[in-house]
Design a protein around this ligand. Structure first.
Ligand SMILES: NC(=O)c1ccc[n+]([C@@H]2O[C@H](COP(=O)([O-])OP(=O)(O)OC[C@H]3O[C@@H](n4cnc5c(N)ncnc54)[C@H](O)[C@@H]3O)[C@@H](O)[C@H]2O)c1
Length: 338
């Protein structure tokens, strides 16, 4: 994409929750962008701050259809996440606005985190820690811990993170099964699943047969609150639920009920429907819920990669007309920069 000297290149960061984005700022500045940081998730602040911006770089802020319509100069929305549920992607795409995500920068970290939650729960680590701290050395959990080599590990979503987790969990669990309706059934995919030791099953089977069921799919209109009371009721009794994907996939009250009734043995969650959770959240403080504060992606290396890849998407778009990792491919790089 060509840009004349008179065209202002302005990039606006919305919110980054304390992340050091100086490397991203440097990349953008070197490419000719004037960069500002709003430090806000407030919609009116973002709309006002992005009035003459061509690029919006987003952390956790919600970018709605109405906001997109009121930021007419914005041509690219660059997310600092793999998930994209905080942006109205349809509204952006309809207006020819690129939406970019961070692809694969924390696959290892997220898969390891999911496995860590699964291992902590199945080994009763939290219960034991509390017992030791309470001076109850001989206390034993009423839940009998399973032997992993006799357990089935189930994956919903066989993309990057799901498959990395399969590789990590394979030596520990008796069987790995997985469900993903969007991966075609071809010789190539069949060979890939065989090589990874994953038996592909249908949705009902992954729910009813998994001793540990881990979610690795995006939050969309189709998957929102997918894990509801009916879903949980169809899971194997005394099984464990792991969610490091997005909190909105899960109905938290239904999970609390399933834990209270003893149908679920435990829930390991890195993400919640409301982040940070409000006081009285049904799962925070529950003795069978192991919750971490949306840090599955985090390591020194991955955070730097997130910052770099987010800014690089904007720089690539400014230079070539197409970003590196667009969520939806757009037809032609025909939009002029404002
Ligand atoms: N907690 C964190 O810090 C963190 C960090 C990175 C990513 N994530 C989450 O992890 C998710 C997965 O990331 P990824 O890199 O593996 O993505 P990916 O796109 O490689 O894989 C997602 C898979 O989910 C499948 N899928 C979609 N709908 C499905 C459904 N209804 N049932 C079963 N499978 C379905 C897709 O076909 C795809 O194969 C992201 O969407 C993001 O929300 C969380």
């Amino acid at each position: 994409m060509s840009t004349s000297n008179s065209v202002a290149l302005r990039a606006v960061y919305t919110d980054l929750d304390g992340t050091d984005f100086s490397a991203g700022r440097e990349l953008l500045t070197a490419a000719g962008f004037e960069v500002s940081y709003l430090d806000s998730q407030d919609s009116e602040t973002i709309i006002a701050g992005a009035q003459d911006a061509s690029a919006l770089l987003v952390g956790y802020a919600q970018i709605t259809r109405e906001m997109i319509e009121r930021m007419p100069t914005v041509k690219i929305i660059a997310l600092m996440s793999m998930g994209f549920n905080n942006v109205d992607v349809d509204a952006a795409t309809e207006r020819g606005i690129w939406v970019t995500t961070i692809v694969g920068a924390a696959t290892e970290e997220v898969a390891v985190h999911a496995l860590t939650l699964a291992l902590s729960l199945t080994r009763g680590i939290e219960f034991s820690r509390r017992a030791v701290e309470a001076g109850q050395w001989n206390e034993r959990d009423s839940l009998v811990q399973p032997r992993l080599s006799e357990c089935t590990f189930g994956l919903m979503g066989l993309g990057r993170i799901g498959m990395k987790l399969a590789e990590l969990a394979r030596p520990l669990f008796g069987e790995i099964i997985g469900y993903d309706p969007f991966i075609p059934d071809t010789d190539e995919t069949r060979e890939r699943f065989v090589a990874a030791g994953v038996r592909r099953v249908d949705a009902a089977t992954v729910r009813s047969s998994s001793d540990v069921l881990s979610l690795h799919l995006p939050l969309t209109a189709d998957t929102a609150a997918m894990v509801d009371a009916a879903f949980l009721g169809s899971m194997k009794p005394l099984s464990y639920l792991i969610n490091v994907s997005r909190g909105g996939l899960v109905d938290s009250s239904a999970v609390r009920d399933a834990l209270d009734s003893g149908h679920l043995a435990g829930a390991g969650l890195d993400v919640l429907d409301v982040e940070p959770p409000l006081p009285g959240h049904p799962l925070v403080g529950h003795s069978r819920a192991l919750i971490t504060p949306h840090i599955a992606y985090f390591s020194g290396q991955s955070e730097a990669e997130y910052v770099r890849m987010q800014a690089q998407n904007v720089v690539s778009w400014a230079k070539r007309g197409t970003p590196d990792t667009p969520l939806v491919p757009l037809a032609a790089p025909s939009l002029s920069i404002h």
